[in-house]
Write a protein that binds this ligand. Structure first.
Ligand SMILES: [Zn+2]
Length: 356
């Protein structure tokens, strides 16, 4: 991965952006996009767009959601402790003992996630899974008034953690899902421009995927506004190459083995075949993932936009999804961008996308 792109990825990973509060991460994305895109803009929901080849056809939407899961303060008690709701899907077990950063009007407030010490937990309760309602955030406030002067109801928080580069090009960060996808679509756009792509391509850093469920978050309105002929969504998927996961149940997806192509009902077969052919021609690493129904990603929203959009899904293998230390291979990130750029370079203006 060129140093410049590695730098972009790390900048994006370190920015904050819980669903509905993506502006810091989006500002980084738009600044990087401004370095090469023909036009960069945003919409009322917070989506960010970067475009090349506006006069050409077809219109291709590349979507990577830029939001991450977080916590939202919903109650401050009279002792000064903060009680939170989940922004997206947390396993509360991974929150125990974490440090957090609360994003307030006056800046960042540091806090720690509190839980009763092991000595104080009744023996018959100690083997039960902890619930979010059993956890609180301690900001060191003397009482409720002091806490309320520093933090407001509706402020959001992220885990406080610096991105960590492990050996063999592996990166651990709390925001991998899906800052990585937002970085891939931007890098794919940059490569497409560099390679003289003959299509109208718009990379989109979509918002609110983690809370979008079937409504589709920002990808839904983003796709409606762009009205593309085809969309490629980039997200992370579960790597199953670690202990205690059953590959008979979850498939065989490995970190460092290349991008993962989704195949199934939600995926346009022409886009799937073309992406696979582009990888084969170039002898790129590729993994295939079976998706018999919905994908659980922005691809579901993009494909259901207007009268339907031909959608593809490229995923980056990720260990420890929705934890403070999600883990991906930088090579997989770069190869995902290269694969999409290769696909774009072979796209003809009147590409036929109907399933045969
Ligand atoms: Zn997620």
């Amino acid at each position: 991965m060129p140093a410049e792109i590695r730098d972009s990825l790390l900048r994006l990973l370190n920015a904050t952006g819980p669903s509905g509060f993506e502006t810091a991460a989006a500002a980084v994305w738009r600044e990087i996009a401004g370095g090469f895109a023909d036009r960069v803009w945003g919409d009322v929901n917070g989506n960010s767009f970067a475009e090349i080849g506006s006069e050409k056809t077809p219109t291709v939407m590349l979507a990577g959601h830029i939001d991450e899961i977080g916590l939202m303060v919903h109650h401050v008690d009279d002792e000064g402790f903060l009680w939170v709701q989940s922004v997206g899907g947390w396993d509360p077990q991974v929150l125990v003992g974490q440090r957090v950063e609360i994003l307030t009007e006056a800046g960042t407030v540091a806090g720690v996630v509190g839980r009763k010490a092991i000595h104080l937990i009744r023996r018959d309760d100690s083997d039960k899974a902890v619930k979010l309602k059993d956890l609180w955030i301690d900001i060191g406030a003397a009482d409720g008034d002091e806490a309320r002067s520093r933090v407001a109801i509706g402020d959001v928080a992220t885990i406080a953690s610096a991105t960590l580069e492990l050996s063999a090009g592996l990166v651990a960060a709390r925001s991998i899902d899906n800052r990585v996808g937002a970085a891939v679509v931007l890098e794919a756009l940059r490569l497409a421009k560099e390679q003289g792509c003959e299509a109208h391509v718009v990379a989109v850093a979509t918002v609110q995927e983690e809370i979008g469920y079937v409504a589709g978050g920002g990808a839904r309105t983003g796709a409606y506004g762009l009205d593309p002929q085809l969309g490629i969504v980039v997200d992370v998927t579960h790597a199953t190459d670690h202990p205690s996961v059953d590959r008979k149940e979850h498939g065989d997806i490995r970190i460092g083995a290349g991008p993962v192509l989704g195949r199934g009902a939600a995926i346009n077969p022409v886009i799937f075949e073309r992406l696979r052919a582009a990888a084969r021609e170039r002898e790129m690493n590729l993994q295939i993932q079976a998706l018999p129904a919905m994908t659980g990603t922005d691809a579901d929203a993009v494909r259901m936009s207007r009268a339907g959009v031909a959608a593809g899904l490229v995923s980056v293998p990720n260990r420890y999804m929705h934890s403070p230390n999600q883990l991906v291979s930088i090579d997989d990130v770069q190869q995902s961008a290269e694969l999409i750029a290769a696909f774009l370079s072979e796209l003809e203006p009147d590409v036929e996308l109907l399933p045969l």
